[in-house]
Design a protein around this ligand. Structure first.
Ligand code: NAP
Length: 305
């Protein structure tokens, strides 16, 4: 079983973006700008936003972090989005999801100028992907395609299965695989006999948000398994059951930090059956931020060159 680590590729993508930004600044006096909007105090969102802002700064992207209180209204957030849409030096706008329940998430996503929609969630960009002519592709599925390509994994003609049909991962992932000529099946919580379907997949992408849910019976021997899930676990017995030979290392993490991360795929069982497998952490997650940086650079070039 080969582990598909995302770190080297993520570093390379970020280096390429940084070099291109340095050139843009030097030759055209254009510095790409990214505004990240966060509402409320969700701790996971705070970490994701911090990572995005830090990466932007490292690469020379002008970045702004708009942290709004939990009590922000849809109208107030729309006002901020409109002002960011109107500012020429801002090329990318993203609102960290999920937003608090009281906010109309759809209205916010639809208010973002599609030319600045670096998350690729606006219906115009979603429609473009569905038509097979993408402009901004959601960062996680875009990173997965880069990883498959970088590792030389064939997509065309294969049976690909995506488990999960979220707007941010499952659906765009399926579209991208289809565009690359895979035969694509999308599974979800109503799929009957999930294992029988996933076992036909040469490329299996899992994004469901359930710790270690996909086990050996779901995986075709030798398949490439891409694990998007990020689940915090805090129970030592669960760690032992999931991590097999790597349990000791994970128990140390648990003792030190009070939790460890596991994907939606059972790591010990996948290691027995899969041909290639992305670890959690250290797989897909690292590529998401790199692809956001790439999308921001792309937005700046499309808008300003
Ligand atoms: P989501 O919006 O929570 O949707 C979950 C999807 O999984 C739904 O389509 C649901 O089906 C399906 N599902 C749930 N239980 C299932 C089951 N037992 N069998 C088959 N399908 C099932 O998912 P998401 O936002 O895509 O996130 C999924 C996971 O990826 C989470 O752990 C999240 O933290 C992680 N994530 C990681 C990154 C990254 O950068 N690495 C980025 C985004 C998300 P229904 O539609 O029928 O309800």
């Amino acid at each position: 079983m080969i582990k598909l680590e995302g770190s080297q590729l993520a570093t390379r993508i970020k280096q390429e973006v940084q070099t291109e930004i340095e050139r843009l600044v030097k030759e055209r006096d254009i510095r790409p700008g990214l505004a990240v909007v966060r509402v409320g105090e969700d701790p996971a969102s705070a970490v994701y936003v911090r990572n995005k802002v830090r990466a932007s700064e490292e690469l020379g992207i002008h970045s702004e972090h708009h942290a709004l209180s939990e009590s922000t209204t849809t109208e107030e957030l729309l006002e901020l989005i409109r002002s960011l849409n109107a500012r020429p030096e801002i090329d990318g706008i993203l609102t960290q999801l999920p937003l608090p329940r009281a906010i109309d998430e759809t209205a916010i996503i639809e208010a973002i100028d599609p030319a600045k929609d670096v998350d690729g969630f606006h219906p115009i960009n979603v429609g473009r992907i569905a038509q097979g002519r993408p402009v901004f592709v959601p960062c996680t599925p875009a990173g997965i395609i880069e990883l498959l390509d970088d590792t030389g994994i064939e997509i065309s003609g294969t049976n690909a299965c995506v488990v999960g049909r979220s707007q941010i991962v499952g659906r765009p992932m399926a579209q991208l695989l289809l565009q690359r000529d895979a035969t694509v099946t999308i599974c979800h919580s109503r799929t009957r006999d999930l294992a029988a379907v996933t076992r036909t997949a040469d490329v299996l992408v899992v994004a469901i948000g359930k710790a270690g849910f996909i086990g050996r019976d779901h995986i075709k021997p030798g398949a490439t398994v891409i694990d998007v899930g990020m689940n915090r676990i805090t129970d030592a017995d669960e760690v032992r059951a999931l991590f097999g030979v790597e349990a000791e290392k994970r128990l140390e993490v648990l003792a030190k930090r009070g939790a460890t991360l596991v994907g939606d795929v059972h790591p010990a069982e996948a290691a027995e059956v899969a041909g290639k497998f992305t670890p959690v952490p250290g797989g897909v997650g690292l590529l998401t931020v790199a692809m956001l940086m790439k999308n921001t650079l792309k937005a700046a070039k499309l808008r300003r060159l």
